[in-house]
Design a protein around this ligand. Structure first.
Ligand code: BGC
Length: 968
């Protein structure tokens, strides 16, 4: 088994849905299911643009319901072919001596190879490569190569775009409207075809343009009302391959810098490179992603699934996503289940993202922040304060949870109370806090988000006796939405919600310290403290009660429902009600042990005045484990986690189940409707935070590995507060950057000059004729880490460099490339750079270590730019210059009392990686008065040009701006 390739042999119409979802290709901006390009009833094609929703009303059970869906966009895949005299090829029913489909995870390609025997015995080999470009997020392409194996003659090929599509991917939604596209138009010209459509109510204009590269030219185009295609005739000569490529651009009116999506799509399709270059750039982009995301485990099967999960998480949420206004869709961009809505599943995905792509996490948190006004309005309307986030969120942040849902087992439409899952806000706040721990940064808007959520939860609390209570909510276990027989929904004191509220209010206090301008008034803080000490938690039988009154529920006869995952549906179909029983859909109380370390949880419970010890945790786990049907893929993730330290073999079974969630479709038919992104992200986070025991603290990382026996070696690279760290661990040892250790303390990374450290390491190793293992042994590090350094060129710590230099019989300077004088500007620009606007706080962080910058001012001899060696002192830029030198002279020419405005720029451009940043400070320059210069002397500011430059100049910033340029 190849750990990087998911292989399907044969064509099986019955499992096409699952294959389509699992073979989806995407780039974080849009994704296309792995449907066959040819027609067939088994096909459920889907192309989804992140954040593109549309709302329609439908009549169900005598009521009008409104649903917002992630829109299925026009299908760009159609391509079929016919041998002389035969009908258009479709795989269903065709004679296929060979049919294989490979999802290449490393390179982000979907490959298909088939041999088709037509009615006349002609055998044609068809090879297809498909991509949705990770390098250019507007492009997708499919290359098809035909070989006539035992015949020669004309092969007709038809390639098109189909705009007659609707949201039809989920059977139980089919009685609801899904015809979201309207105003379709299509046409052709200048060797391109195009199709446009508009979403019905959100009025998003979407345009696709396609170019066919074929030896016989662009083909004969025919445009219908909602479809366009080109016809081609390829003259096949037996045994000689002929290739035809379809390159497609997808643009919408939601894209920045677009006024006419059709014109933009046509432009992009026209100037897109051919398949070879497109693929190379795409593969390079994936290579860069894998360097940041690599997570390797022993064993090809586990390893393959881990790669698959990383792959699908990154196809849904990539660096391209960071700049978009989108959240974490529960089922990826891979299908229509849950309508592309955003639930609490980000809780399972962001902790993994934070340590690899913190900028993507930040973008996803911004999706929530942008909807803060809506969440505040919702809180106000519910008579609360702060921000109440919806259980299901879509385009504008209103509550999107359906009011009725269909029980497919009874055929009845039932009230849906799941919007009472207020805990979704806790997930958002948890992610804000953990992003802060991983990056050290807490932008003011993020602090505002956390504080407003805290405010909401505090306002939910009502004082009853000497405790605070939260009434009328639902926990993550969606089976329990009301007390048996109650006339209104909701439960009191869901333990998960209550304890996490106490946690949140403690974090809110810390957040207020980080963002003093947003700090709540003293009385509000005092109430938060009070709640954090007096929240109510119920207990029964020596365990934490899921909610008040749980103890009085009946025990279910589990033998009657063994292996039934959706007990709610089964019981309702039997005329019963799951609310009557001690039966949970998924982990609820146990979520506490998932999110909090045992020590953290015990501290909170004791702080609340409840006696709590490890025994309580163990008993509670065992209790709910027996009473859970695992009707959500998230359940296995959480159970694997909470059992990891108490019952390792059961933990492994749950982990295996979580790994198999989609690849084996453990919930029975749900994968076809979209992957389970939370479970995918959760398995990855489980490997790092649970099995490796990675604890992300304030300025420090700790490892406490307890790997399952089946895992052997686990290695990964992470980014923590600006440092790139490589971790590998087995059962006995954990290594940080190749050296045995369980702690990593924040440190300043070393800046290499050329960042081709990796190549230099390989060069010296080969020069000495040594293997990686030999060099690693000499340098006292793991071979895995050396391999990582050779491939990724991430700067290690100085200790590591010294040991490597010694092992390779060279100098640190040489390894860092400081003996190489590169002419400026030699490196070409990056193929598809991403330009990120930096916030002032980040700019200050970047320039604060000091170094070389350039001062620009309007000098007496014209515009002048001079390099200076600067330091940052009390928010000002300070450097030295010579009295009566050009700067001194020019700065003195200012009239008395008039400040001279200067520009000051610092940049760090890495030519080898074509990455870097620049920060521009604008402000007034002053001479530092002699009485203050004395203090500065201690700061050790040395002049760039050496010598006696005794004059200190200070720039007081009025504006600080910056940009970072990076690839994917
Ligand atoms: C689970 C929720 C989850 C949702 C979306 C439901 O089945 O119970 O916890 O957020 O699916 O993945």
């Amino acid at each position: 088994m190849n750990p990087w390739v998911l292989r399907y042999e044969g064509f099986d119409p019955a499992s096409e849905g699952r294959r389509e979802a699992l073979c989806t290709l995407g780039n974080g901006r849009f994704a296309t299911r792995g449907a066959t390009p040819e027609a067939g009833p088994e096909r459920a094609p889907g192309t989804y643009l992140a954040g593109c929703y549309d709302r329609l009303e439908s009549e169900v059970a005598g009521r009008t319901v409104s649903n917002e869906d992630m829109v299925n966009l026009p299908d760009w895949l159609p391509l079929t072919f016919a041998t002389p005299g035969s009908a258009w090829f479709r795989p269903g029913g065709a004679r296929l001596p060979e049919y294989r489909q490979d999802l290449d995870l490393r390179h982000g390609l979907l490959l298909r190879e088939l041999r088709w025997q037509d009615g006349a015995g002609r055998v044609t080999l068809v090879r297809q490569r498909r991509l949705v470009s990770m390098a250019d997020p507007f492009l997708a392409a499919m290359e098809t190569t035909f070989v006539a194996e035992n015949w020669s003659g004309p092969l007709r090929v038809r390639a098109g775009i189909d705009g007659d599509v609707a949201n039809r991917g989920v059977a139980r939604y089919r009685s609801l409207r899904g015809d979201h596209l309207t105003d379709q138009a299509a046409g052709a010209g200048d060797g391109l075809t195009w199709l446009t459509a508009t979403t019905r109510t959100s009025r998003v204009a979407v345009a696709l343009a396609s170019r066919i590269d074929a030896p016989t030219g662009p083909g004969e185009a025919t445009a219908g009302a909602a479809e366009v295609h080109t016809d081609h005739v390829l003259d096949l000569v037996q045994g000689e391959p002929v290739t035809l490529t379809k390159v497609v651009a997808l643009v919408s009116s939601r894209d920045a810098g677009v006024d006419d999506p059709r014109a933009a799509a046509l432009r992009r399709a026209a100037r897109a490179p051919g398949f070879g270059v497109l693929m190379r750039e795409h593969v390079e982009a994936w290579q860069r992603l894998w360097l940041r995301a690599r997570l390797d485990v022993d064993g090809p099967q586990v390893s393959q699934i881990v790669h698959l999960h990383v792959f699908h998480v990154l196809q849904t949420l990539s660096p391209h996503t960071a700049a978009l206004d989108v959240g974490v869709p529960a089922r990826g961009l891979h299908g229509e289940a849950y309508r592309g809505h955003v639930f609490w599943d980000e809780l399972f995905v962001l902790p993994w993202m934070n340590l690899r792509f913190p900028e993507v996490s930040l973008g996803l948190l911004r999706y929530r922040w942008r909807r803060l006004p809506q969440a505040r309005k919702a809180a106000r309307e519910a008579g609360r304060e702060g921000a109440m986030f919806p259980w299901q969120s879509g385009s504008d942040g209103r509550e999107e949870t359906q009011t009725l849902h269909l029980n497919p087992e009874s055929g009845r439409w039932l009230p849906d109370n799941s919007h009472l899952q207020r805990h979704v806000g806790l997930a958002v706040a948890y992610n804000v806090w953990h992003h802060h721990l991983a990056t050290g940064s807490m932008p003011p808007w993020a602090a505002e988000l956390l504080l407003d959520i805290a405010r909401f939860f505090a306002s939910l609390c009502v004082r009853v006796g000497d405790r605070y209570e939260i009434h009328g909510v639902m926990g993550p276990d969606e089976y329990h939405d009301a007390y048996p027989g109650a006339s209104s929904p909701g439960l009191d004191n869901n333990a998960y919600t209550n304890v996490m509220t106490a946690w949140l209010l403690l974090r809110a206090r810390e957040t207020a310290r980080l963002a003093p301008a947003l700090a709540p008034p003293a009385e509000e803080l005092a109430r938060w403290d009070d709640i954090a000490r007096r929240m109510r938690v119920d207990f029964h039988d020596g365990v934490i009660s899921q909610f008040t009154g749980y103890a009085a529920l009946l025990e279910l006869d589990w033998s009657r429902y063994s292996r039934v995952r959706r007990l709610d549906r089964a019981l309702e179909a039997d005329g019963d009600d799951v609310n009557r029983y001690k039966a949970s859909k998924q982990a609820d109380t146990l979520m506490l042990f998932y999110l909090l370390t045992a020590d953290e949880l015990l501290e909170i419970l004791r702080g609340l005045g409840y006696p709590a010890d490890h025994g309580l945790i163990m008993r509670t786990i065992a209790y709910y484990l027996e009473r859970t049907s695992h009707g959500s893929t998230l359940s296995a993730v959480v159970h694997a986690w909470v059992l990891a330290r108490y019952d390792r073999s059961s933990s492994w079974l749950f982990f295996t189940e979580a790994l198999l969630s989609d690849i084996e479709d453990v919930q029975g038919g749900t994968t076809a409707e979209g992957i389970h992104l939370g479970a995918m992200g959760g398995t990855l986070d489980l490997l790092q935070r649970c099995y490796l025991g990675l604890e992300v603290g304030r300025g420090e990382l700790r490892l406490d590995p307890l790997l399952p026996d089946q895992l052997g070696l686990l290695s990964m690279s992470i980014r923590y507060r600006g440092s790139q760290i490589f971790i590998d661990a087995d059962h006995r040892r954990a290594r940080v950057n190749g050296v045995e250790s369980r702690v990593f303390t924040e440190e300043k990374p070393i800046m290499t000059r050329t960042s081709d450290l990796g190549r230099r390491l390989v060069h010296h190793r080969e020069r000495l004729g040594l293997s990686r293992e030999q060099v690693a042994e000499r340098a006292e590090m793991s071979a895995g880490y050396l391999g990582y350094l050779e491939e990724s060129a991430e700067p290690p710590s100085s200790g590591v460099l010294y040991r490597l230099a010694e092992a390779l019989q060279t100098t640190v300077d040489d390894l860092l490339g400081s003996d190489v004088d590169r002419p400026p500007g030699r490196g070409p620009a990056m193929a598809h750079p991403t330009l990120e606007v930096l916030q002032e706080e980040e700019c200050l962080r970047l320039i604060s270590p000091g170094g070389v910058g350039r001062v620009a001012f309007s000098g007496s001899h014209g515009p002048t730019v001079l390099p200076v060696n600067y330091k940052v002192r009390e928010g000002a830029i300070v450097f030295r210059t010579a009295p009566h030198g050009p700067m001194d002279e020019d700065l003195r020419t200012g009239l008395e009392g008039v400040e001279i405005k200067v520009g000051f720029e610092v940049d760090r451009i890495d030519e080898a990686r074509h990455e870097g940043w620049s920060v521009l400070v604008q402000g007034a320059a002053h001479h530092v008065p002699p009485e203050e210069a004395g203090d500065l002397a201690e700061a050790g500011i040395s002049p760039w040009a050496g010598g006696a430059r005794l004059l200190y100049i200070r720039i007081l910033p009025t504006q600080i701006t910056g940009r970072r340029i990076h690839g994917l």
